[in-house]
Design a protein around this ligand. Structure first.
Ligand code: 2M8
Length: 443
């Protein structure tokens, strides 16, 4: 047991430590999420980094996102990884040679990239930068430069990933969700029956750097790799991938929530730049409506993912199911219903000494305190919840999130994820988005 409110905490030195971590992970143009384990540039991580840099180093925030967009494909996709070809220290798998994107007509010539995307929180980061920048003129000119890239990115998603024009886009790989090993994917992955010949030969490296009991199972990894092989065999052609029955097509709550919020942020950026915001507002409105209509689970008071292939709800209750709060999707009445589930032992209850909000309902049989994306506390999800709840006036709960994040960081350092019971840190150490979002929360 612990009392977070009794500790004397030296906030200043924690802030300095967070900045030091970002400095150490800065690779001259982008920030690696962590040494060894994640040596390249990841898409949604970069947006979180930019939000952190916005508190003290505007030019880095801009550089970071510029480098990310240098990897954008000609169809508008922002890849989930832009590889750091100079990295000699790491053996990250799957590297660029495995993705085989280099000779595609739609991939860039100057940098090598993966062939899938990650949650689109970039316009949100750029709007934030515009609102907080010390040098506003510079931020405006940066926003003007990247506006066409942002626009192409959102058009790509609605054009290629929403073939039935529902306002909801699908992802086709667990890595695209950002929550790689979430129990959300278990059922679909279980249904993918593969013979040994269907799995390309490969060697995992992720569990060399980390305790393998925290990482995804080999069976899941086989399916992650099979999916990449499925895409590269079809030249990353979306129609072909869908037509040939890609076994993983999911409309994910968090991905669509961030698209909805980013759509509104893009509209606001357009307005500031003297451009027409209405198409972006319209898309965001439609997405919000569909999240409310199709993803709401009225028996559990939370939003859930959908299997795009049959429209069925995936009955798994994750912290991300509350995150439509971040995009102002639920009505105030619905947000109260959600809060009555969030504020219980299933997640984190006020006045019960909990340590921020775990990523998965603790009462579920598959919940784990330790396993990557299957229960532990992640700072990015808590940050999104923190911002979301603030819009609905839940001050006391937000205070709890902020204080527990400070406690976690002080107790265990800036880890990738944390044990909700003990506060112990797991995964990569000196993890960049934990540092970046800590800076924003304390700003
Ligand atoms: C994790 O994902 C990568 C694959 O993309 C991995 O496990 O190797 C996830 O936590 C993801 O959300 C994150 O962007 C990435 C880098 O921090 O690591």
């Amino acid at each position: 047991s612990f009392d977070i409110f009794e500790r004397q905490i030296d906030i200043k030195s924690l802030i300095n430590e967070a900045k030091r971590i970002l400095d150490q992970n800065w690779m001259n143009g982008f920030t690696r999420p962590a040494r060894k384990m994640y040596p390249h540039q990841w898409s949604w991580d970069s947006a979180f980094m930019a939000i952190g840099y916005a508190t003290y180093r505007q030019e880095r925030a801009e550089e970071e996102l510029q480098r990310l967009f240098s990897g954008q494909w000609s169809n508008g996709m922002v890849p989930h990884i832009i590889f750091n070809d100079n990295d000699k220290e790491s053996d990250y798998f799957p590297g660029s040679d495995f993705w085989q994107t280099e000779h595609l007509s739609q991939s860039p010539n100057t940098v090598s990239t993966s062939g899938i995307c990650q949650p689109p929180i970039h316009a949100t980061a750029i709007r934030h930068l515009l609102e907080t920048a010390h040098d506003r003129r510079q931020a405006q000119s940066f926003a003007k430069d990247v506006f066409p890239s942002l626009k192409a990115w959102h058009s790509f998603l609605y054009r290629e990933r929403d073939p039935n024009d529902e306002g909801l886009v699908y992802i086709r790989h667990p890595w695209s969700s950002g929550q790689d090993n979430s129990p959300n994917w278990d059922h679909i992955l279980q249904q993918i029956n593969l013979s040994q010949e269907q799995i390309p030969s490969y060697e995992r490296t992720d569990n060399k750097h980390n305790d393998s009991s925290e990482r995804p199972s080999n069976r899941s990894y086989d399916r992650y790799i099979y999916l990449v092989d499925f895409f590269r065999k079809r030249g990353y052609n979306e129609d072909k991938i869908r037509r040939d029955g890609c076994p993983f097509l999911v409309q994910d709550v968090l991905f669509n929530t961030l698209l909805c919020r980013a759509g509104r942020d893009l509209a606001q950026i357009a307005e500031w730049l003297g451009k027409d915001p209405s198409p972006f507002y319209k898309q965001a409105k439609k997405t919000a409506k569909s999240i409310n209509k199709n993803m709401w689970d009225k028996n559990h008071n939370i939003y859930v993912d959908l299997d795009w292939r049959n429209g069925e709800k995936i009955d798994v209750y994750m912290l991300s199911g509350f995150l439509p709060l971040f995009a102002n999707v639920p009505s105030p009445a619905r947000s109260e219903q959600m809060f009555s589930y969030l504020n219980t032992q299933s997640f984190c209850q006020l006045k019960k000494n909990c340590l921020a909000v775990p990523s998965y309902d603790r009462q579920q049989p598959k919940y784990s305190d330790q396993k990557y994306w299957r229960g532990p506390i992640w700072i990015n999800l808590n940050w999104l919840l923190y911002k979301g709840l603030a819009q609905y006036g839940h001050r006391e709960y937000d205070k709890l999130i902020k204080q527990t994040i400070i406690y976690l960081v002080q107790k265990s350092g800036f880890h990738e994820f944390y044990n909700p019971k003990t506060g112990e840190g797991y995964g990569a150490e000196k993890f960049s988005w934990t540092a970046a979002l800590f800076l924003d929360i304390l700003n």
